[in-house]
Design a protein around this ligand. Structure first.
Ligand code: AMP
Length: 586
């Protein structure tokens, strides 16, 4: 192994880690105990908003600071747990008054604004289902997700509404209410002013007594084929949000926690909202986008103790160097964690040198609802490894067999697919209206993650790559099919194939290959036009960065574009026989 393991320094002032001895805690852990830690009775009601907010208020902790919001222009807004409880109850009452019922789906299309946090908690509080949309999505990804989710309510801003929803609104008659956070008394037709409505609404809703298996969150993820998939999560997921936040992020009551993930993705909900609140932390929310100096100032000024961020941001910080952070007092930082894409071992070593603490990589995905594999505060960190499975989680390296079963690969460092034994509380309960796709994700007791990994002799997992064609760019999971479909809408495109190519900053960048229809010529202008078309339809986070025109694209016997072959050719790798894999849709 090229990188030396990093052992934890005995730290005089350190807070005792929640997981103090990996083997011992794992051996004795029961999900039942984790339920009891949240005060949940077996078979009794579970509501995420109750566990996150009301529980603290009922226990006399209402005056603790729950959320500090830092506005782009320097504004600060503080919310105590009591404030969140009251304002989310007002939002819940508003939904009820609007005729929203339990199980209806409320979408948000917002940046990091205070209203988003009230909308999430208020929606859960009244028993409706919350689904976040990434605000950098263009109209197409917004539309497909809202259609699949059967949106009844959308909370958004005027600009997002006008650009990304209004043009196709008529196609979704079930979307009854569009609530604007910035209507300022003058909502455009078909929308309403959220603040004006809230001003006339009492904060007097009782939290719904939802059951453990009641649907709570709908998180969309992309597929390599077909439409996006709505991963369904239930109220009981909060048990895992709580336990994994304590173990993998070492969250303690009173911690000042900064999760930089965008609230439009699953990390921004599970760990950007739910987990830290259940533990009784103060969450820092910064409205602004990445800016190295601002980030270090935030860590210093807000006295952040636990910081959860992502490799793309860490790589940008590394590029700027160690002199900038040396100008700030970062002595409060106790625990640093990273997720979403492979974390380069260099970044772990760098952070250990610059901050005196390594980044702790951890792994999970939309379907798992919470962290599954992690490096822990009390354990040796092996730079480049995602760590070991959480207590309560059994992970294996497997190989799929033709008969639909899997073989376990026990030899250390054997490459295989990461599989997780089904049954943890935050496991997705289905893809909305796509039962067959859900069933395909399991082989008996094993959930198959589509990630290739190795496990070493000490039980640490190492990420190898995706088993499918999904692209991870700046931490965002992008389905090639969605990008190809948008390109195919262009009059000049006959065929499109989309792959991820290595990118120093973003991990991977989206690259498209197209074949043109007769009568169209490969010119610089046409390629620019195609890129602009994709950007307009998909938004900047999903659209290709680069486009190449080819006379024809490689296809399987059944006519499917062979993305693997495009990628092998692009990267100069041996082409091998990828046809069978492609035929099997893997
Ligand atoms: P998403 O469902 O959008 O959260 O994306 C999940 C995918 O991101 C995983 O299946 C992995 O491919 C990738 N991923 C997440 N965390 C890590 C990590 N620590 N190392 C490598 N890849 C990761």
């Amino acid at each position: 192994m090229p990188w030396e393991p990093i052992d934890k320094r005995p730290d005089a002032d350190a807070v005792a880690p929640n997981l103090d001895d990996y083997d011992r805690v794992r051996a004795s852990f029961e999900w039942e105990d984790a339920r009891a830690a949240l005060g949940l009775a077996p078979g009794g009601p579970v509501n995420i908003a109750h566990a996150a907010v009301d529980r603290h208020v009922n226990a006399g902790r209402g005056d603790r600071l729950a959320l500090r919001w830092l506005g782009r222009a320097g504004e600060v807004r503080d919310f105590t747990y009591a404030d969140l409880a009251r304002e989310s109850a007002r939002f819940a009452r508003l939904l009820t008054d609007l005729g929203v019922r339990r199980g209806d789906v409320v979408f948000s299309l917002l940046g990091r604004v205070p209203e988003l946090y009230l909308a999430v908690l208020g929606t859960l509080k009244m028993g409706a289902v919350y689904s976040p949309l990434f605000s950098a999505f263009g109209p197409e990804p917004v539309r497909s997700r809202m259609e699949i989710g059967g949106a009844r309510v959308l909370v958004t801003t005027r600009t997002f509404y006008e650009r990304k929803v209004a043009p196709w609104r008529d196609a979704l008659p079930g979307l009854e209410h569009v609530l604007l956070t910035d209507a300022e008394g003058d909502p455009p037709p078909g929308t309403r002013d959220l603040h004006a409505l809230l001003a006339d609404t009492p904060a007097d809703v009782e939290t719904a007594e939802t059951g453990a298996e009641d649907l709570a969150l709908l998180h969309f993820t992309s597929g390599t084929t077909g439409k996006p998939k709505g991963a369904m999560h239930v109220h009981e997921a909060v048990v895992a949000h709580h336990a994994t936040g304590r173990f993998a992020l070492d969250l303690h009551e009173g911690d000042i926690f900064w999760c930089t993930a965008d609230p439009g993705w699953v990390t921004g909900t599970s760990y950007g909202i739910v987990s830290p609140l259940t533990v009784g932390c103060t969450m820092i929310v910064d409205q602004a986008e990445f800016d190295a100096e601002r980030w270090y100032a935030t860590l210093q000024d807000q006295k952040v103790t636990v910081w959860y961020t992502a490799p793309t941001a860490i790589r940008m910080l590394m590029k700027i160097g160690g002199e900038l952070p040396a100008r700030f007092d970062l002595s409060r930082l106790r625990f640093l964690a990273s997720v979403g894409e492979p974390l380069n071992p260099e970044a772990v070593v760098w952070s250990n040198r610059v901050f005196g603490r390594p980044f702790h990589d951890n792994w999970w995905q939309t379907e798992t609802g919470g962290i599954m594999i992690a490096n822990y505060a009390s354990a040796t960190v092996k730079p480049g490894s995602m760590g070991r499975p959480l207590p309560g989680i059994e992970a294996a390296v497997v190989e799929r067999r033709d008969d639909g079963t899997v073989a376990l690969l026990d030899t250390p460092m054997a490459v295989g697919e990461l599989a997780l034994k089904r049954g943890w509380p935050s496991m997705f309960r289905g893809y909305l209206n796509q039962q067959a796709r859900y069933e395909k994700a399991f082989a008996g007791i094993w959930y198959l993650t589509e990630d290739l990994v190795q496990r070493d002799g000490d039980g640490y997992f190492w990420f190898v790559g995706r088993a499918d064609d999904m692209i991870k760019s700046a931490g965002h999971l992008i389905g090639p099919f969605e990008v190809e479909s948008a390109l195919m809408e262009h009059e000049a495109v006959a065929e499109a194939g989309v792959i991820g190519v290595p990118d120093e900053r973003m991990g991977e960048a989206v690259k498209a290959f197209v074949a043109l229809k007769p009568g169209f010529e490969d010119t610089e202008t046409l390629r620019r036009d195609l890129l602009a078309h994709a950007r307009k339809r998909l938004g900047p986070a999903v659209a290709p960065r680069e486009i190449a025109v080819r006379p024809g694209l490689p296809k399987t016997r059944s006519g499917k574009i062979m993305r693997r072959l495009l990628k092998a050719r692009e990267l100069g790798l041996p082409e091998g026989d990828t046809s069978t894999l492609e035929e099997n849709g893997r």
